[in-house]
Design a protein around this ligand. Sequence first.
Ligand SMILES: Nc1ncnc2c1ncn2[C@@H]1O[C@H](COP(=O)(O)OP(=O)(O)OP(=O)(O)O)[C@@H](O)[C@H]1O
Ligand SMILES: Cc1ncc(CO)c(N)n1
Length: 267
Amino acid sequence: MNYIPASLTIAGTDPSGGAGIQADLKTFQELQSYGMSVITSVVAQNTTGVQDVQHMPTPMIKQQLESVISDIPFQAFKTGMLANIDIMQAVAEKISPLDIPYIMDPVMVAASGDRLIAEDAQIYLRENLLPLTTVTTPNIPEAEVITDRTIDTLEDMQQAAKQIVHEYGAGAALVKGGHMQGEAVDFLYDGNKTHTLSAERIDTNNTHGTGCTYSAAIAAYMSHGYPLPEALQKAKEYVTAAISHSFPIGNGSGPTNHWALRKELVK
Ligand SMILES: Nc1ncnc2c1ncn2[C@@H]1O[C@H](COP(=O)(O)OP(=O)(O)OP(=O)(O)O)[C@@H](O)[C@H]1O
Ligand SMILES: Cc1ncc(CO)c(N)n1
């Protein structure tokens, strides 16, 4: 083997294992990309919501990034929860020189409704991080914050994806339709063309961490060398399988099943 496909996630934690760093590492592992992680915030959360948060000091975030970057080559990375401007600045400084795919999940609010980033950081993210991305993956409420307009229809979603690329400089934008009614449709605008990714809506409440899992899967497939539209198509299949085999565990919105695509089970 000439090189080991590897992926890095820069994000917050979820001790209940369904979202954040934990979901990302499980996804990397399942998709055979060597998984590495830099922790930005420790979040006390579970399937019912967020109970407490503590942010890592920025020198420690920078040091974690240096430790990984100086030692192990990787071919793709993602960011998830970047809670405030200081953290965003520290991360931007370290990732700017990297010339590999950057998938940004612009995490703002957890599925439970708990806010995960400071309000002024939303603007900073738009102005300073979006231009560094290969693709950003907002859900509808996040796309509304970024574009400063409401999104009610599939047409609005497509317009938002274009605006995020042309006005804010993202490499590409995937606006996800998990929060819409009907089919689970996402739109990718790659700068030239809009691609539609759709799947049947699965009737489940177990969607904790779907966004994290999806963006981690895009990073993992890109680390294997798949170009963006193909990586996205495969990641959509992965997240759909993970939702359709999700678990009714915990007292709230349960996690997705990260091993849903496995052919051989332990028993
Ligand atoms: N019930 C469902 N059935 C099928 N696909 C779904 C369902 N809910 C969400 N999806 C899909 O899952 C992916 C994640 O989308 P979603 O918009 O829910 O992300 P998110 O809100 O960022 O996730 P999170 O819950 O982690 O905050 C998208 O491809 C979306 O279409
Ligand atoms: C740490 C973290 N990142 C992202 C989300 C969004 O699902 C979450 N619940 N927790």
